[in-house]
Design a binder for this molecule. Structure first.
Ligand SMILES: NC(=O)c1ccc[n+]([C@@H]2O[C@H](COP(=O)([O-])OP(=O)(O)OC[C@H]3O[C@@H](n4cnc5c(N)ncnc54)[C@H](O)[C@@H]3O)[C@@H](O)[C@H]2O)c1
Length: 253
């Protein structure tokens, strides 16, 4: 019988709910142990219990991803507890539905910090250990909004679109800088039914919205998680520096 493959260690930021929870469950089902990072402690505890039912070891960190020093501290703890880190999923993010005439400087800064600076924080924290250990996969959650600028009929999302577009440049540049040891990719989800999107965007507009989607449905966290698992786990993998869209081919965003 073949020896049991070593369990891989994955960090999922914003893993308490939504797309992050979906990715964490999928990776746990594929034999990963999961470190969750989120500000929503009760939701994170529920997701932790679900991961443990799947047989995964789990660590939880109640931490703001925009905090640079905290990212380093969390990674140090994970290294101490589990020895290394194989996969980083930069998933935490928040929307900012305010136009250029309404948004405050603080709101702009917070949007950039949570969506873009967070990726810098966590990549800088994990890169030394991944390089030292000879491999790693980094995935960051961008958005279809980075490519389209957002739905014209909806409230403006220019700050969010700018932050998510920043992830694409960061991904391409770091794929070069960290290759060939670390693979770095971005994912651009279209409309995915999660707590936030359900309330703010989808609500009662779902029948109208799906008319602009080739697959005639909005996505689910599972749809994104399948792509994440491929990019995080497939061997061999010749994909790096890419922004991969998972949107059922949506042309109305
Ligand atoms: N749902 C969609 O349609 C959609 C589309 C494109 C991109 N995205 C992106 O996918 C990611 C996940 O979105 P979602 O729909 O699951 O949203 P969600 O709000 O359901 O989940 C986001 C998670 O991130 C956490 N989070 C937010 N700010 C944080 C912070 N400062 N520190 C730590 N954790 C924080 C939240 O607590 C939450 O658990 C986000 O980056 C989002 O921008 C979502």
């Amino acid at each position: 019988m073949a020896a049991e493959a070593a369990r891989r260690i994955a960090i999922v930021t914003g893993g308490a709910r939504g797309i992050g929870r979906g990715c964490a469950l999928k990776l746990a089902g594929e034999g990963c142990d999961i470190a969750l990072v989120d500000v929503l402690e009760p939701e994170m505890a529920r997701t932790r219990a679900e991961l443990e039912v799947l047989g995964a070891r789990c660590l939880t960190f109640a931490a703001d991803v925009a905090d640079h020093a905290l990212a380093r501290d969390c990674v140090e703890t994970i290294r101490r507890e589990w020895g290394g880190i194989d996969i980083l999923i930069n998933n935490a993010g928040r929307s900012m539905p305010k136009g250029i005439l309404e948004i405050s400087e603080a709101e702009w800064d917070a949007t950039i910090d949570v969506n873009l600076k967070s990726c810098f924080n966590w990549i800088q924290a994990v890169a030394p250990t991944m390089l030292e250990d000879g491999g790693g996969r980094i995935l960051s959650m961008s958005s279809l909004n980075a490519l389209s600028g957002g739905v014209t009929a909806a409230v403006s999302k220019f700050a969010y679109a700018a932050a998510k577009a920043g992830i694409l440049g960061l991904t391409r540049a770091l794929a070069k800088e960290l290759g060939p040891t670390i693979l770095v990719n971005a994912i651009c989800p279209g409309l995915i039914k999660t707590e936030v999107a359900k309330n703010r965007v989808i609500a009662e507009r779902e029948p109208e919205l799906v008319k602009g989607i080739a697959l005639h449905r909005v996505g689910s966290p599972r749809d994104v998680a399948e792509l994440v698992a491929f990019l995080a786990l497939s061997e061999p993998c010749f994909v790096t520096g890419q922004a991969i869209t998972v949107d059922g081919f949506q042309w109305n965003m």
